[in-house]
Design a protein around this ligand. Structure first.
Ligand code: PGA
Length: 234
């Protein structure tokens, strides 16, 4: 696990988008693991801009998203909607090649990923409690795609996207930690002071109390932090 500290999210987005685009140029049918949330938005913006400028095609790229809400009543709050509006609608991605965890038969998602050849590059954010995907503290390190109950801190954090906290779904289907660990390369992005504790724990003892700490056992993980998120690291 390699730490890369940059001044701000713009610099991180510039570098991470270059890494994604160079993979797509090298392997036009590569498999991306994608994340939602505020953190990857600047990276997706840079991917869109540079793909247009450099005429890089995503038509054969395949993607598997990390997670999706369960029992969500509002499509505009779904992660499918998020990905369409923040990335897929702006590049020539074929929506048939974009995948989200299903509402049932969860284990099938792991099989689908495996059958496709495995995720070449997985983008991750991190929760204040160290979650990756919706793998909250206590999740088994070898977990596959499963239903997760959201912790109170996560529901509170996600409520900023909803009119009312009561509308935030309380469960989701998420790739498991075991699923994520099978990705060939992982890039975790953390920005802002409210991620500093989680990043400190990510580099601490490997423990189910901080799900992201399992990434220490992954052979090719880059942790991109801005100065604030890295501020508690020695
Ligand atoms: P955020 O979420 O990017 O909106 O901070 C990250 C996460 O919960 O994984």
């Amino acid at each position: 696990m390699k730490l890369i500290v940059r001044k701000n999210d713009e610099q991180i987005a510039d570098e991470v988008s270059d890494l994604v685009l160079s993979l797509v140029k090298k392997n036009p049918s590569c498999i991306l693991g994608l994340a939602t949330g505020s953190t990857p938005i600047p990276t997706y913006k840079d991917i869109i801009r540079k793909a247009k400028e450099e005429k890089i095609s995503f038509k054969d790229v395949r993607s598997f998203n990390l997670d999706e809400y369960l029992n969500n009543k509002d499509f505009t709050q779904s992660y499918r909607y998020f990905m369409n509006s923040n990335l897929f609608d702006h590049i020539d991605m074929d929506k048939d090649n974009t995948h989200f965890p299903p509402e049932s038969d969860f284990a099938h998602y792991d099989d689908e990923i495996e059958k496709a050849g495995g995720v070449d590059l997985q983008i991750l954010g991190i929760g204040r409690d160290g979650h990756i995907g919706f793998n909250e503290p206590g999740t088994a390190f070898d977990s596959k795609t499963h239903v997760a109950a959201l912790k109170e801190t996560t529901i509170k954090d996600n409520s900023r996207f909803f009119k009312d906290i009561s509308l935030v779904p309380t469960s989701a289907v998420t790739m498991g930690l075991g699923t994520i660990m099978k990705s060939k390369k992982i890039i975790l992005i953390a920005t802002g002071k409210n991620k500093a504790e989680a990043i400190k724990a990510t580099f601490g003892k490997i423990s189910i109390d901080c799900p992201a700490s399992i990434l220490q056992n992954h052979p090719d993980t880059l942790i991109y932090c801005d100065e604030e998120a890295a501020s508690l690291l020695k």
